[in-house]
Design a protein around this ligand. Structure first.
Ligand SMILES: Cc1cc2nc3c(=O)[nH]c(=O)nc-3n(C[C@H](O)[C@H](O)[C@H](O)COP(=O)(O)OP(=O)(O)OC[C@H]3O[C@@H](n4cnc5c(N)ncnc54)[C@H](O)[C@@H]3O)c2cc1C
Length: 401
C-alpha cells in the first residue's frame, strides 16, 4: 500500500481483515500526516432527490461510514454528534424539501427540521428557518483513526518517499527518491500494489493520466467559549463547524485553486469566518469577535476529480485500453465486449476530494472485496461511476483523446 492517509489505512485494514499480509509505505514516519491530518473532520452528506451517481454513492457511503466508525466513536476518537445541514440558497431550500420527502421513511438517516428544532439540536440559537439533520453522522479525529487502523491489524508502516514503480518478475518494485536510505531488501517490493497517495499519483508514470487535481484547503481552529462551546452537533452550510475538541472548534474550509503552500494564511481564516456568518448569523454571535491574525489552523491538499467521485479499482494500462476501446471514437454507443487492459495487480484508491472520511470506508471495502474475489457489494452502475477507467472512456466518447 502506497500512502498512509485515510484511503491507504482503510484499504490496508480491509485487506488485513481478509487475511492478506499488508505493509504500508509513506514518506512520513506516521500515518495521517497529509490531508488526513486535521484535528477534526466531518462526514459530509450530499443527498439529492434525483437518482444521480454522486448522491447515490454518497448515500451508500455515509450509511456504511456511520456503522464503520462506531468503535472509533466508542473510544472518543470523535463523536456521533449528528450533522446539521443548512441551506445555502433558495434553490437548496426547495431541494431540502424534496430530499425530506424522498427519505421521509428513514428518520434515522435524515430528518427535516424547523427553526426551533434546529436550535434545540444545535444547542445554540440559530437563525435558519429549516435544515436537514443527519443524526447518525458526526465528526472524527482522522489522524488517530489512521494510526489505530494500522495498529489494530499490526500493519507495518515503512518510511520511504517513492519516486517510481516498475513491474518485474511478478513483483512491483518501488524506488525511493533518496536511493541511499537503508531499508530491508524486500520492504519495497510487493506482488500486489495499491496506490493511495492522493494527487501524488500524478508523479507515477502508470497513473499520470488520471484527471485529478491538487486543491489546497485551510481550516481554522476557533477557540471555544461558553456560547459556541454549547454546540452539540456539526453544522454545515457555506462552511462547517464542529463541536469543541481540546478547547477549539474546527471551522472550514477554504478552496484555494492554484495555491501551493501549507503555511497558514490570515486571509483564509478571514474566509472561514465569513463562511460561518453566511452559514448562520447565530454561529457568528456564538463564536464572538475573532482576530484572524491570532488564530491557528491547518492547511493541506485535497485530491479532487472532475466528477467529485473517488477513484477505486484496477489501474488501466492506458495506451492499451485506448486501443481496446478505440471504436468509441467513431461510435460512442459501440458495443465493446472487452473489459479493457489493466496493469497486473496494480490498484488505485484516491480522488477522495472533500469527503474522504465518508467515502474511504466503503471504497476500501469495495476494493478489498474485489481483490479477494468476493461478490460485489454495490450495484454495477454505481460501482462503474468510481472506476479508474471511466475518464478514458468518457474522453474517447467525446473525442477528447
Ligand atoms: C482543509 C481541509 C479540510 C477537510 N475537511 C474534511 C472533512 O471535514 N471531512 C472529510 O471527509 N474530508 C475533509 N477533507 C478531505 C480529506 O482530508 C481527504 O479527502 C482525505 O484526507 C484524503 O485521504 P487520502 O488518504 O486520499 O490522502 P492523504 O491523507 O493526503 O494521504 C496520502 C498519503 O500519501 C503519502 N504519499 C504521497 N506521495 C507519496 C510518495 N511518493 N511516497 C510516499 N508517500 C507518499 C502522503 O505522505 C500521505 O500520507 C479536508 C481536506 C482539507 C485539505
Amino acid at each position: 500500500m502506497l500512502g498512509a492517509g485515510i484511503a491507504g489505512c482503510t484499504a490496508a485494514a480491509a485487506l488485513a481483515r481478509r487475511g492478506f499480509q499488508v505493509k504500508v509505505i509513506d514518506r512520513h514516519q506516521f500515518a495521517g500526516c497529509g490531508a488526513s491530518g486535521n484535528n477534526q473532520a466531518i462526514i459530509y452528506p450530499k443527498l439529492s432527490s434525483r437518482d444521480e451517481a454522486l448522491p447515490l454513492v454518497n448515500l451508500a457511503a455515509i450509511i456504511f461510514a456511520s456503522q464503520y466508525y462506531q468503535p472509533f466513536w466508542q473510544q472518543d476518537l470523535g463523536a456521533q454528534s449528528g450533522v446539521l445541514v443548512l441551506p445555502e440558497t433558495n434553490k437548496a431550500v426547495a431541494d431540502f424539501r424534496l430530499i425530506a420527502e424522498r427519505f421521509v421513511n428513514q428518520p434515522d438517516l435524515v430528518k427535516f427540521c424547523s427553526n426551533t428544532e434546529l436550535s434545540n439540536i444545535a444547542g445554540i440559537d440559530l437563525q435558519a428557518q429549516l435544515g436537514l439533520y443527519f443524526p447518525n453522522l458526526g465528526w472524527l479525529q482522522p489522524q488517530a483513526i489512521c494510526r489505530q487502523l494500522l495498529a489494530q491489524y499490526q500493519i507495518p508502516l515503512i518510511t520511504a518517499d517513492i519516486q517510481s514503480i516498475t513491474y518485474q518478475d511478478g513483483q512491483w518494485h518501488l524506488t525511493q527518491t533518496d536511493k541511499d536510505l537503508p531499508l530491508a531488501d524486500n520492504s519495497l517490493t510487493s506482488e500486489t500494489l495499491i496506490i493511495a497517495n492522493a494527487y501524488d499519483c500524478l508523479a507515477l508514470e502508470q497513473t499520470r493520466f488520471l484527471p485529478v487535481t491538487q486543491l489546497r484547503g485551510q481550516i481554522t481552529h476557533i477557540p471555544s467559549n461558553s456560547h459556541i462551546g454549547a454546540l452539540k452537533t456539526v453544522i454545515c452550510g457555506e462552511g462547517y463547524i464542529t463541536p469543541q475538541f481540546e478547547g477549539s472548534h474546527s471551522c472550514g474550509a477554504t478552496y484555494n485553486k492554484g495555491l501551493f503552500t501549507t503555511q497558514i494564511r490570515e486571509a483564509d481564516h478571514q474566509t472561514n469566518l465569513q463562511q460561518m456568518a453566511a452559514t448562520d448569523k447565530g454561529l457568528t454571535e456564538a463564536i464572538g469577535p475573532q482576530n484572524p491574525n491570532s488564530l491557528s489552523g491547518r492547511a493541506n491538499y485535497r485530491c479532487t476529480t472532475r466528477d467529485y467521485l473517488p477513484i477505486v479499482g484496477p489501474v488501466p494500462n492506458m495506451p492499451q485500453l485506448l486501443e481496446d476501446y478505440a471504436a468509441l471514437r467513431k461510435d460512442a454507443r459501440a458495443d465493446i465486449s472487452s473489459l479493457g487492459s489493466y496493469r497486473p495487480n496494480l490498484f488505485i484508491h484516491c480522488g477522495m476530494g472533500s469527503r474522504g472520511m465518508g467515502y474511504a470506508p466503503l471504497t476500501a471495502e469495495i476494493l478489498a472485496g474485489e481483490i479477494a474475489g468476493e461478490e460485489p457489494i454495490m450495484e454495477s452502475e454505481l460501482r462503474l461511476a468510481m472506476h479508474p477507467a471511466r475518464f478514458l472512456i468518457q474522453d474517447l466518447k467525446k473525442k477528447r483523446i
